[in-house]
Design a protein around this ligand. Structure first.
Ligand code: PGA
Length: 250
């Protein structure tokens, strides 16, 4: 059996004005000139999704968003729906990112409902889990992330394309990364939790690592057991850095 292609997804967060489209264009051009072993995605601010989708049309770059509402439409000022994201050219969406969990109180249950909404619109969800530093220091990492998986992955994911991203909160944007042993322990535990939650479907979806992935550490992280790709924040904003991480996947 051939291993599924890894997924390298950029998370631009709330960064990027018009000129940022050029970074995506550079990524697309490089992948056209030399195709990557990995699938490559850029999850952009909602305002850039349509421009990015046009800029990379016909290239091997998937454009995605970073959040959606649970409903298809309605009186929800400021929100966008899965259908709107798909209509703008998005094909993926990050859900349950720790920044949304902490800043907006998003729960596992809400994340699961958003995942259902994503599937309804044909979007591929990337569902994020991760422990705080206090939880890690208390020895609770595996318990916390497995509980998050159980609560955030709806049964509807079985048989569809999706990914889970393991993002230790203390590693996001800090330059700190867990040891390879710690990454492997979390990913192996997540794999078991995904299989318990979704059965066979939980055995094949990629588990991305996220948190201070950069060109200098990507290759060894991507080789770790049960690491099926990366969710990349800061280092995804510049085409050269992002491409170096994409190439590190093989
Ligand atoms: P970082 O962010 O790569 O800047 O640490 C990762 C993320 O939040 O998805």
């Amino acid at each position: 059996m051939t291993a599924p292609r890894p997924l390298i997804a950029g998370n631009w967060k709330m960064f990027g004005l018009g000129p940022a489209v050029d970074e995506a264009r550079q990524v697309a051009a490089a992948l056209t000139a030399r195709p990557a072993a990995a699938r490559v995605a850029i999850c952009a601010p909602a305002t850039l999704v349509e421009r990015l989708a046009r800029a990379v049309e016909g290239c091997d770059v998937i454009v995605g968003g970073q959040d959606i509402h649970t409903e298809a439409c309605g009186a929800f000022t400021g929100d966008i729906s899965a259908e709107m994201l798909a209509d703008a050219g998005g094909r993926m969406v990050i859900l349950g990112h720790s920044e949304r969990r902490s800043a907006y109180g998003e729960s596992d249950a809400l994340t699961a409902t958003k995942a259902e909404a994503a599937l309804r619109a044909g979007l591929e969800p990337i569902i994020c889990v991760g422990e705080t530093l206090a939880e890690r220091e208390a020895g609770r990492t595996l318990e916390v992330i497995c509980r998050q998986v159980q609560g955030s992955l709806p049964p509807a994911l079985a048989g569809t394309a999706f990914a889970v991203a393991y993002e230790p909160i203390w590693a996001i944007g800090t330059g700190l990364t867990p040891t390879l042993d710690q990454i492997e322990a979390s990913h192996v535990a997540l794999r078991a939790a995904m299989a318990r939650t979704l059965g066979e479907a939980g055995r094949s979806a990629p588990i991305l690592y996220g948190g201070s992935v950069k060109p200098s550490n990507a290759a060894e992280i991507l080789k770790a057991k049960e690491v099926g790709g990366a969710l990349v924040g800061g280092a995804s904003l510049k085409a050269a850095d992002f491409l170096a991480i994409v190439r590190a996947a093989g």
